[in-house]
Ligand binder design. Structure first.
Ligand code: SF4
Length: 299
């Protein structure tokens, strides 16, 4: 460990995002952007070319966190897919986190099937031993044709197989799916296929976000040109209902739609919670329960 001066803040470059459940975590930006950066709906990292940040910048951030983040027990590594870092660099980073911030009990990161594929089972287990406790895994949909259309770069089989490897290595898995990504045309098949994929993968957590069409994306351009028609609010609720009804998770596993982008926040703990949530969605469909107004929705 070095004894250089403590910087007056952590180094954040460009737009930075983290999962809602990491709101209280130390946010360490170790990579910039996303190595894939091709998904047609995603505008988050359009302004960044993927690269690893240099070790001095990372160490300066860790010095800052050592001084000012003593109460935060969790750390989240940004940006888009930190798991794509070369193995030796990721091991170095996790060892430094342990050295500088020994009170941190869980490290989290985003992962996608392409980056998991680059790692051996042994390497994944090593990350768990070095503190990685949870991976946030972007699935978006379980529908084969739709995965191709949105340029996710994975098939349903790959998403299931690589997600299972994360679980087998000992990481908790939090999967993101995207309501509305199929547009009106694919709403029902998207819901059904995504429920099937989630049931096969059985992650600890599922977070259902609602698509927000952004102008700076390929999908946004399709929308403006009339080639993509997003589902309306009622169709999105039906989609959520169909997806939830098709999703079987192990007892204690959870399905959330409480992200700020959603019209109806739900939190389901399996197995009991699902029937209750389906009733709540039915009440929203019949107008008995109010929805989040459009102006309050956000990414
Ligand atoms: S959705 Fe995830 S994998 Fe796709 S471009 Fe955005 S950050 Fe990268």
């Amino acid at each position: 460990m070095d004894c250089d001066v403590i910087p007056d803040g952590m180094d954040y470059q460009g737009v930075v995002i983290r999962p809602p459940s990491e709101a209280g975590s130390i946010l360490l930006q170790a990579t910039l952007g996303c190595s894939h950066n091709k998904c047609t709906f995603c505008g988050t990292y359009k302004d960044k070319r993927f690269r690893l940040k240099d070790q001095d910048t990372i160490l300066a951030d860790l010095r800052f966190a050592r001084q000012y983040s003593r109460r935060q027990r969790r750390l989240f590594i940004m940006d888009g897919d930190a798991l794509v870092m070369p193995h030796d660099k990721l091991v170095w980073l996790l060892q430094e986190i342990k050295e500088y911030l020994p009170w941190v009990t869980r490290v989290g990161l985003y992962a996608n099937a392409k980056s998991v594929r680059l790692k051996t089972d042994e390497q994944l287990r090593q990350y768990v031993e070095l503190g990685v406790g949870i991976a946030y895994y972007g699935v978006e949909t379980g529908h084969r044709q739709l995965l191709k259309k949105i340029k996710k770069g994975s098939t349903p089989e790959t998403l299931i197989a690589q997600g299972k490897r994360l679980k087998q290595a000992g990481m908790k898995l939090s999967v993101t799916v995207l309501l509305g990504i199929g547009g009106r045309a694919f709403s029902e098949p998207h819901a059904r296929a995504t429920g099937e994929l989630l049931s096969a993968l059985d992650p600890e957590y599922v977070g259902a976000l609602t698509l927000m069409v952004l102008d700076n994306t390929e999908l946004g351009q399709d929308y403006l040109a009339g080639r993509f028609e997003p589902p309306g609010t009622r169709e999105l609720l039906l989609e959520l209902r169909q997806m939830l009804a098709a999703t079987d998770l192990a007892p204690g596993h959870m399905f959330f739609s409480n992200h700020a982008s959603n019209y109806l926040p739900i939190k389901v703990v399996y197995p009991q919670g699902r029937a209750e949530a389906l009733r709540l969605i039915d009440q929203a469909l019949s107008g008995e329960v109010g929805l989040r107004p459009e102006w309050m929705r956000a990414l």
